[in-house]
Design a binder for this molecule. Structure first.
Ligand code: HEM
Length: 223
């Protein structure tokens, strides 16, 4: 039954080459932990991606309940946490996933750095990776404010003050982040939009470029 459905689709859309291209792609020996145990360091990029997928899926479910305004934000998170079935689990996944993602990202970056994988011809992918790094930090920073409790509020104030201390353009960055002179209603709306629309869109585009380049250039050779 499944087979004939597949063949029906394949005759019309020629889908076999699409997955064959991935399935037949050979992984070089030096990145295979079955051959050399130390090759496990090559898993961190894939693990980072795995966490990113978890963050997107759990975040989509959080968005079903979260209300992005200063009157209701905190109550909506509390409701999700205490009343909604599996709400605390999904929120916990998103909360802990945010930290695990940064740890995996860091380990991946260390692997790329210490195997010299950023060198010619992979400079572009290193730069794309750097941009991804800032976007991931931005996701962490904007997400932290959303529960709108004391910790979120004051952490954001500190973060904005750090940005404000940048020479010359600092005050402009602070006004841009806050959406005004204080951390308030505009800031929450802004951080919400950045957290769920702008930054994820940029992240997905950058990851698409990251993976395309990896496929095109292959993984860097053994040391
Ligand atoms: C969400 C973030 C990221 C994801 C999901 C990701 C994913 C991956 C994956 C799956 C690979 C294949 C090899 C491996 O897994 O080690 C890879 C390779 C690579 N990544 Fe990332 N990456 C991310 C961020 C970064 C960052 C922050 C940098 C550096 C600043 C970076 C630089 C590179 C480079 C240069 C390669 C090619 C390595 C080689 O050919 O040996 N990536 N990435």
């Amino acid at each position: 039954m499944l087979r004939s459905m597949y063949e029906w689709l394949d005759r019309r859309l020629d889908i076999t080459p699409l997955w064959r291209d991935v399935a037949d792609h050979e992984v070089p020996e030096h990145v295979n932990p079955a051959h050399h145990f130390s090759a496990f360091i090559y898993c961190f990029g894939g693990l980072t991606f795995f966490i990113v997928v978890i963050q997107i899926l759990s975040g989509m479910f959080l968005a079903l309940y979260y209300v992005p305004d200063i009157v209701n934000a905190h109550a909506s998170v509390k409701y999700l946490q205490t009343e909604v079935a599996f709400g605390s689990i999904v929120r916990g996944m998103h909360h802990w996933g945010a930290s695990v993602a940064i740890v995996m990202l860091f380990l991946h970056t260390l692997r790329v750095f210490f195997t010299g994988a950023y060198k010619n011809p992979r400079e572009f992918n290193w730069v794309i990776g750097m941009l991804i790094f800032f976007v991931m930090l931005g996701l962490g920073f904007t997400g932290y404010l959303l529960p709108w409790d004391n910790k979120a509020y004051f952490a954001t104030k500190v973060g904005v003050q750090i940005a404000a201390s940048v020479p010359f353009i600092g005050p402009y960055i602070a006004t841009f982040l806050q959406g005004g002179d204080i951390v308030g209603a505009q800031t929450l709306a802004r951080f919400f939009a950045l957290h769920v629309f702008f930054l994820p869109a940029v992240l997905l585009a950058l990851l698409g470029a990251h993976f395309l380049l990896i496929r095109r250039q292959g993984i860097s050779g053994p040391l």
